[in-house]
Design a protein around this ligand. Structure first.
Ligand SMILES: [Zn+2]
Ligand SMILES: [Zn+2]
Length: 415
């Protein structure tokens, strides 16, 4: 027998033909309520392309025992041909797809008709000519729906913004009766929309819109001094009116609110509070206003203004030339300026160059004379204008607290 003409015998296939389907079927509760048909995907044995001699003639040849009749006559008895088993053909080529079984495992689906009485974890038994299977129902979205009578409530809130409302945007919702396009009327924060007859039987279908109404909030702006995180009194937060809004988080109605350092804006009694977090080092509260120290250097004293960088904002502050005492300058910065006319003050405390500025008290052995004017020099030379008549106009000072000039004792107080 040549290799080409080698004959192949089929093995008994029935024992192997068990379909492979998952024992679990995932369904939506809407499919159950709508008594929809769902497909269960699996694998099942199907006829191989080599099975039909019409489709694949090269796999077969006529049975040479019965000459393609399927029957043989032996001792005048007509019998089924024992070589081709009555098939008239014998296999002459090996099929690598089915290993000559004529059946191959292929993707398959079973369609199941759901009943609205079905519940999560119910078992569905299939027992027909094709399949004998037990499938467990896994209802994956059951927690999103609440069913009361024939009415269905969709519990998951749908976020809807003022822009969605302006653009009349629809949201696609799966109901018991199929897809529906729904819009919020945007009347309040939480809006429930009823779709008549879209529930079970003649029941209704309810959807909850969570409308984003932050544009309707009064926006406030508050400077909060927080190093890292901490508690801030609510009334402190709702003081000033403010700039634009970004995202926010909802907070409960306690008197104090814990603000994490990562939080920039919060919702507080219908106010959107934008937090300007000030570092403890640079800012402080001065009679309810925000204040910041600015130290002048000695060159600044010869001028009457200085440009400073205040949180990346350039700001010109004016002060007395040759400033000798701390001057409190009110600054209108972007940081605190609001769009609605109310003002939050930013106080810049301009500190003169102190290092070599001295207040001088002059004490002789009879009385104490205060020097009313003083100057600052880096070489610690202090010029006295209205000093004691016993004192010379110029006194050389060092950094000691007391010096004696002639008969006079000079006490030095650093300002
Ligand atoms: Zn035969
Ligand atoms: Zn095959």
């Amino acid at each position: 027998m040549s290799i080409i003409e080698k004959e192949y015998n089929s093995i008994n296939f029935k024992e192997k033909s068990i379909p492979v389907f998952s024992s679990e079927v995932k369904v939506s509760i809407l499919d159950i309520l709508g008594e929809n048909k769902v497909e269960v995907i699996g694998k099942d044995y199907k006829d191989c392309m080599c099975k039909s001699s019409t489709n694949a003639p090269e796999y077969f040849k006529e049975c040479d025992k019965c000459n393609g009749k399927g029957i043989i006559t032996l001792n005048k008895r007509v019998m089924t041909c024992n070589k081709c088993k009555g098939e008239k053909l014998i296999r002459v080529k090996h099929c690598y797809l089915c290993d000559n079984n004529s059946k191959v495992l292929m993707d398959s689906k079973i369609e199941i008709e759901l009943k609205n009485s079905y519940k999560h974890l119910d078992k569905i038994e299939l027992d027909n000519e094709e399949y004998k299977l037990v499938l467990t129902l896994n209802v994956y979205d059951k927690d999103d729906y609440y069913i009361k009578g024939n009415d269905v409530y969709y519990l998951r809130g749908i976020n809807y913004s003022i822009n969605d409302h302006k653009e009349k945007k629809s949201v696609v919702i799966n109901t018991v009766k199929g897809k529906e396009f729904v819009k919020s009327e945007f009347k309040c924060k939480k809006e429930i929309v009823c779709l008549s007859n879209k529930g079970i039987n003649d029941g209704d279908f309810y959807i909850t819109f969570l409308n984003e109404v932050k544009e309707e909030l009064k926006t406030t702006y508050t400077n909060v001094i927080i190093g890292k995180s901490g508690y801030v009194k609510k009334e402190e937060l709702i003081k000033n009116v403010s700039l634009s809004a970004k995202d926010y988080i909802d907070l409960d109605s306690e008197d104090y609110i814990y603000i994490d350092n990562s939080v920039d804006e919060i919702i507080c009694d219908n106010y959107l509070v934008k937090l300007n977090k000030l570092s403890k080092d640079n800012y402080f509260i001065l009679n309810g206003d925000i204040a910041r120290n600015i130290n002048l250097d000695k060159d600044d004293l010869n001028t009457d203004r200085k440009v400073i960088n205040l949180d990346e904002e350039k700001l010109t502050i004016s002060y007395k030339k040759n400033l000798k005492e701390v001057e409190k300058v009110e600054a209108y910065t972007k940081l605190v300026l609001d769009k609605q006319g109310k003002k939050s003050k930013m106080i810049i405390c301009v500190n003169p160059y102190f290092e070599n500025v001295y207040k001088i008290r002059i004490k002789n052995n009879k009385n104490v004379v205060y020097v009313e004017d003083y100057k600052y020099y880096d070489n610690t030379l202090v010029e006295t204008f209205k000093s004691s008549k016993y004192l010379e106009n110029y006194i050389r000072l060092d950094k000691e607290d007391k010096i004696v000039v002639g008969n006079d004792l000079v006490l030095i107080e650093r300002v």
